[in-house]
Write a protein that binds this ligand. Structure first.
Ligand code: NAD
Length: 499
């Protein structure tokens, strides 16, 4: 029997009334396991109204009291980590171990947000002029919304919601319609932790719900993560509506292998970062750049050996290296790119298309694929594939390797593997990319630093989590004060200065 999911509004599950639904699959079997309601503009407006009312009271709670709710939430989520990871893995298709990481990376931002009272402190200047004090305070924006992708259904909603809530906002989440169950359970756990009804809500939906959030004047800020064309649409629409917006998009992350790199480490890094989660990570490495022909020859030979033996299996199989892709359409899109790459003249050294998983013939599986001799003019290089496909682009020297990620339309993450400190320093200083790893393949910054890609990987300003999240989710009010005993002069028609 197919489960019918709901929205979560006003502190409780609420059935959808639009009559529109989207199927939620079990990617390991290909079967529909649930259907999720797609909210109408009216349902979104109702949820925003509830959020607006709840936010007024929530903002009056002192910051530490708000943080204590997040502390309890953290404990509650940890106490059911295993079932949440299984729920996540069953809808997304990533392995259970990887789903635990998805949750853990989200919780780390909750831990950061528990300390946000410290960052909400404003600035203060005593005696900026005679008898004049100047100070600033950070105030919440009001109702803010998050629109999130399928590939991290726990981590990304928490990256946005935890700082927003800690700053005194109400948060309306529009999660991916592919895997909404974990966000819905997180909403219940927020309630159990003591969050007042309406402060964190989940409205499921598609473009209609998103457009309703974008055009609702009560929504002050939009945080988006997903593909670049949608990120650009959300950013331009939200900005035209006078909203704050930070919209993070697709990626093409390169890993440069210098001739002096430890090849064993580089190969391990490429295999894990290229094929983990079936390559469906915004920080997945999808391009390997060996420098020099000798490095390239050795690297491709070792990669090919490893890619052929990667184990695919159902999401709950603990021995699988990676599970299925999220939908049949996702598999078809990657298969189409494989055809494009072959037609463009790239060499498909390992072809994962023939791989099947016994007993799971209808699952959305694709084995690991490896392309060699990919060149920058090819579509398989310029566009994001978002699947278990690694492309090798051979670079003649360091400068040629540095140009590749720097000139690419995307600028999310990049990594260099080298034993030479001068090369690493030069690379980190000059590469035109938002996040850089030195002998680290997936340089996702820790929670109290900030995350964002550059170029078409990020629209708007300010990064996610860390101190930037407090700047994004608050507005600064600056107060200049003087008390009557300090007022000596009469009306002045000249702009005041602090002489
Ligand atoms: P997506 O763009 O299809 O969907 C993201 C969200 O936008 C979902 O909530 C979806 O319902 C909504 N949406 C889809 N079409 C829409 C439309 N026409 N109008 C309004 N809203 C719409 O992305 P996805 O497939 O869920 O996620 C994968 C993508 O996300 C990849 O491109 C990946 O690189 C990117 N991503 C980026 C980051 C980052 O931090 N830069 C992190 C994770 C994922």
């Amino acid at each position: 029997m197919t489960t019918e999911l709901q929205h979560f509004v006003g502190g409780k599950p609420v059935p959808g009334t639009s009559g529109r639904f989207s199927d939620v699959f079990d990617p390991s079997t290909g079967a529909v396991q649930a259907r999720v309601p797609l909210a109408s503009a009216g349902e979104v407006a109702a949820a925003v109204g509830v959020a607006a009312d709840a936010q007024l009271e929530w903002a009056r709670w002192n910051p530490q009291r708000r943080a204590r709710v997040l502390m309890r939430f953290l404990d509650l989520v940890r106490s059911e980590e295993d079932s949440l990871a299984r729920m996540l893995s069953a809808e997304h298709g990533k392995t259970v171990a990887d789903a635990r990481g998805d949750l853990q990376r989200g919780l780390e931002v909750v831990e950061f947000a528990i300390g946000i009272p410290h960052l909400l402190k404003g600035e203060f200047t005593d005696s900026a002029g005679t008898g004049i004090d100047v100070y600033s305070m950070r105030q919440p924006l009001g109702v803010v919304a998050g629109i999130t992708p399928f590939n991290f259904p726990a981590m990304i909603p928490l990256w946005k919601a935890a700082p927003a809530i800690a700053c005194g906002n109400a948060f309306v989440l529009k999660p991916s319609e592919r895997d909404p169950s974990v966000p819905l359970r997180l909403a219940e756990l927020f309630g159990e932790a003591g969050l007042p009804p309406g402060v964190f809500q989940v409205v499921n939906g598609d473009k209609e719900a998103v457009d309703a959030l974008l055009t609702d004047p009560r929504v002050e800020a939009i945080g988006f993560v997903g593909s670049s064309s949608i990120a650009e649409y959300i950013y331009t629409t939200a900005a035209a509506q006078g909203k704050r917006a930070q919209c993070f998009g697709g990626a093409k992350n390169h890993l440069i292998v210098m001739p002096d790199a430890d090849l064993d480490q580089a190969v391990d890094a490429l295999i894990g970062a290229g094929y983990g989660s079936a390559g469906e990570r915004c920080m997945a490495i999808s391009v390997a750049v060996p420098v020099g022909e000798a490095t390239a020859g050795a690297l491709v030979a070792r990669l090919a050996e490893r890619v052929k033996t990667l184990k695919i299996g159902p999401a709950h199989d603990e021995s699988a290296d990676f599970g299925p892709l999220v939908t049949a359409e996702a598999v078809q899109r990657v298969r189409d790119y494989l055809e494009v790459g072959i037609a463009e003249g790239a060499e498909l050294v390992v072809d994962g298309r023939g791989r099947t998983v016994p007993g799971h013939e209808n699952g959305f599986f694709l084995g690991g694929c490896l392309f060699d001799n990919v060149t920058p003019d090819m579509r398989i290089y310029r566009e994001e594939i978002f699947g278990p496909v690694l492309s090798v682009v051979r670079a003649t020297d360091y400068e040629a390797a540095l140009r590749l990620p720097s000139e690419h339309q995307y600028g999310n993450g990049v990594a260099i593997f080298t034993r030479d400190g001068d090369t690493a320093r030069d690379f980190t200083a000059r590469v035109n990319t938002g996040m850089v790893g030195v002998n680290v393949p997936i340089p996702v910054p820790i929670a109290y630093h900030t995350f964002r890609g550059w170029k078409r990987s990020g629209f708007g300003d300010l990064n996610q989590h860390g101190p930037d999240s407090v700047r994004f989710y608050t507005k600064t009010k600056t107060v200049t004060s003087r008390w009557p005993s300090g007022i000596k002069e009469e009306a002045s028609f000249v702009i005041p200065t602090m002489d």
